[in-house]
Design a protein around this ligand. Structure first.
Ligand SMILES: [Zn+2]
Length: 708
């Protein structure tokens, strides 16, 4: 799309604009706006399509803001296809519609052995198969995510679309391109295939789903009801980074269309469905493996379906049934299609995990960030093997959008081992005495008036002295995700708080174990165990400690990024906002909140008390960025050493660069980002200077960069 020369010119212009704050002042506005638009488009291409950005998110934002400002000053310069005009907050308005190469049909359903036997008999009739002969079926999971179709041409991914109505779907190519579980370059040509359409399912692992929801709650966003919603929503977002962040995975389960250069059907040469899937696996796609089986006869099919119905909860992904396909392609052809579904395939649906119960009352719980969460107390009901009596209602919006009232009968669902949730209230069976749920105006713990920050779903208590908020923070501080203090759970923290022994985080590290051993239900032994657990926690890596501070938006990931950049927790006292923002993937909210925390004198005093109680504040090996990680210093950069280095050997230098995330190159080319020059650097230095796009460093500068 961009020639190397064009890229070089655009890169130079980018450097100029980013390094010279006054650059725009000397330009004619109409030309400056056009330059910025061209640069933004170029860097979006590098980021989204090439997955290989040349500038940081922060630098991108600088360019974007410059364009916004220029356009605001000169509104007549705004054109419809300006990058500033494209981003719309409304993600429900569809993307472009495209037609599938072959229709994506749905499947007929079956629920028990009788249905399956009927299906088997039907196949025999349609294909003229002897009743004594067992038919081969390929059985695989019915993934509960979003169905997609991916088209490859000349070995490249050229398009991806949602299922849509089966004939036409939404073009989601950019989002699918952002996913690491989908290869973009595939050697179809080795199999004589020039154009192919694959069917697959986009999914989110159950554990990843819980992580996403935990992060969303931390950020004051509403939770996703289930992994399917999170996946299908992620497929259709307008920001491919969001799709990638949700760690959506795509399982491919059918080669739906494949032709050679003469448009001849290549599928004919693959005799069975199972071999088709195997081929896709060999080509580098994610395919069902242990959860797929070729069964001989319908009874073996039923056994395999029942087995998966039993073990679905322990599977990493949501599945709501199994799909049974006639394995032999010739028999498939004999069976043919109805207008809705193939006659040679059927879904076996698992029993739904739903129940109804009455909503008795609602409790409002205060979280560590002060957000107030409504929790529904329902009449205890058995749901897929567990008794459910308490379910989060997330926030006010959730309640209102579903019109959930006190006294309502509600429909509950539990998918896999995901936390149960309320699907809806059953308005049809209302008796008339149901009443709306009134959200409190004041904090249930400290009675401070609640506030709602624009753009967030949660109402918050902003009183820093709120008892419940302090207790929740202490609970979080000691929890598995943070300092991981074994044995110091909620009940103990509440007890110590009530006794006045723990009033803040520092108190945890100076407990009097003599007093504790005299408590009811305690003894020398349990007091000693607690002491040991707390002593162990004192040695934690600092990323755990940073996370444990309950700084709003500073989650696990951001804590690790930050920990990788400092030697001592107290370094952050001196950090200006720019240093936070210079870290890739640290956003303005985290930067601002962390900076505010570390410049507040009360917090600094608290930190000093924690430090003098013996909690580790120094960076440990675990805090150092690991090799090849995206967030490292030279991540994604290419580097080359030339000349004689004075302080280290070539190999050693290359290792250092690699540890910082760089890739070592063997020669100077337009792909090279950094050239490090030692003594007597010769032709390589000349060549790099000529190219003009290579950053040239001395050995000393390289070492400074690495040690920074
Ligand atoms: Zn409060």
């Amino acid at each position: 799309m961009y020639s190397p020369e064009q890229q070089q010119t655009l890169t130079e212009l980018t450097k100029k604009i980013l390094s010279d704050a006054e650059y725009g002042i000397h330009q004619v506005p109409v030309q400056f706006a056009e330059q910025l638009r061209e640069l933004i488009r170029f860097h979006e291409w590098r980021y989204y399509i090439m997955n290989d950005p040349l500038i940081s998110d922060y630098e991108y934002d600088v360019l974007y803001k410059k364009l916004q400002e220029t356009e605001q000053e000169h509104p007549d310069l705004i054109i419809a296809d300006s990058p500033t005009q494209r981003i719309s907050p409304d993600i429900s308005t569809g993307q472009e519609t495209v037609s599938h190469l072959t229709p994506m049909l749905s499947l007929a359903n079956s629920y028990d052995l009788n249905d399956l036997i009927e299906f088997d008999n039907q196949i025999r009739k349609l294909a003229g198969i002897d009743p004594a002969k067992k038919i081969e079926y390929c059985v695989e999971p019915k993934y509960d995510g979003g169905s997609i179709a991916i088209v490859f041409e000349n070995d490249s991914l050229i398009r991806a679309a949602t299922r849509g109505d089966g004939q036409n779907g939404e073009d989601i190519s950019n989002n699918i391109l952002a996913l690491k579980s989908v290869p973009r370059k595939v050697a179809f040509s080795d199999h004589n295939i020039v154009k192919a359409e694959l069917r697959g399912e986009a999914l989110i692992r159950k554990d990843q789903f819980e992580k996403i929801n935990a992060e969303r709650e931390e950020e004051g966003l509403s939770r996703f009801a289930n992994p399917r919603n999170a996946a299908t929503g992620g497929l259709r977002t307008k920001d491919p980074r969001e799709t990638a962040d949700r760690k959506i995975e795509v399982f491919v389960y059918q080669l739906g269309f494949a032709v050679d250069s003469n448009h001849n059907d290549v599928l004919q040469t693959i005799p069975t469905h199972d071999e088709g899937i195997e081929l896709l696996g060999q080509l580098g796609f994610k395919i069902p493996v242990n959860e797929r089986k070729v069964c001989h006869g319908i009874h073996e099919v039923e056994e395999f379906c029942q087995l998966w119905q039993k073990q679905r909860d322990s599977f990493d992904y949501e599945i709501d049934g199994m799909v049974i396909k006639v394995n032999d392609r010739k028999i498939q052809e004999l069976c043919g299609y109805t207008s809705h579904h193939p006659r040679w395939a059927i879904a076996f649906k698992f029993q739904a995990k739903q129940a109804t119960s009455r909503l008795e009352h609602v409790e409002f719980q205060v979280g560590k960030m002060g957000s107030v969460t409504p929790v529904a107390k329902v009449t205890p009901v058995s749901l897929a093997g567990v008794t459910v009596s308490s379910i989060s209602l997330h926030n006010e919006e959730f309640i209102q959008s579903r019109d959930i009232r006190l006294g309502d009968m509600v429909l509950l669902e539990r998918a896999g081992d995901v936390i149960p949730y309320i699907v809806k209230s059953l308005a049809d069976v209302r008796k008339g005495d149901e009443v709306p749920i009134i959200f409190p105006e004041n904090c249930p713990s400290c009675n401070t008036r609640l506030v709602r920050v624009e753009g967030e779903a949660a109402w918050r208590c902003i009183n820093e002295k709120c008892h419940e908020k302090i207790i929740q923070r202490l609970i979080f501080h000691a929890s598995k995700d943070a300092m991981d203090i074994e044995g110091l759970g909620e009940s103990l923290i509440r007890k110590f708080y009530d006794l006045g022994w723990i009033k803040d985080m520092a108190d945890i590290y100076t407990l009097d174990y003599e007093d504790i051993s005299k408590l009811d239900g305690f003894g020398k032994k349990s007091a000693e165990n607690l002491r040991k657990a707390i002593e162990t926690a004192k040695k934690n890596p600092i990323h755990r400690f940073l996370h444990s501070l309950s700084i709003h938006h500073l989650g696990k990931k951001a804590s690790k990024l930050l920990a990788g950049q400092i030697d001592n927790v107290m370094d952050l006292k001196e950090w200006p906002i720019e240093r936070y923002l210079a870290i890739k993937d640290i956003g303005p909210k985290v930067a601002k909140n962390t900076r505010t925390f570390f410049t507040n004198s009360e917090n600094v005093e608290l930190l000093e008390r924690i430090q003098s109680a013996g909690v580790n504040f120094l960076s440990t090996n675990e805090d150092k960025p690991t090799i090849g990680r995206e967030d490292t210093l030279l991540s994604g950069k290419t580097i080359l050493f030339t000349g004689t280095l004075s302080t280290m050997g070539r190999k050693e230098a290359e290792k250092l660069a690699e540890n910082a995330g760089a890739k070592n190159l063997g020669a100077v080319s337009s792909n090279l980002n950094i050239l490090v020059t030692g003594e007597n650097a010769g032709s390589k230095l000349e060549k790099a200077k000529k190219l003009g796009t290579v950053e040239i460093l001395t050995e000393q500068q390289f070492l400074e960069l690495i040690n920074n």
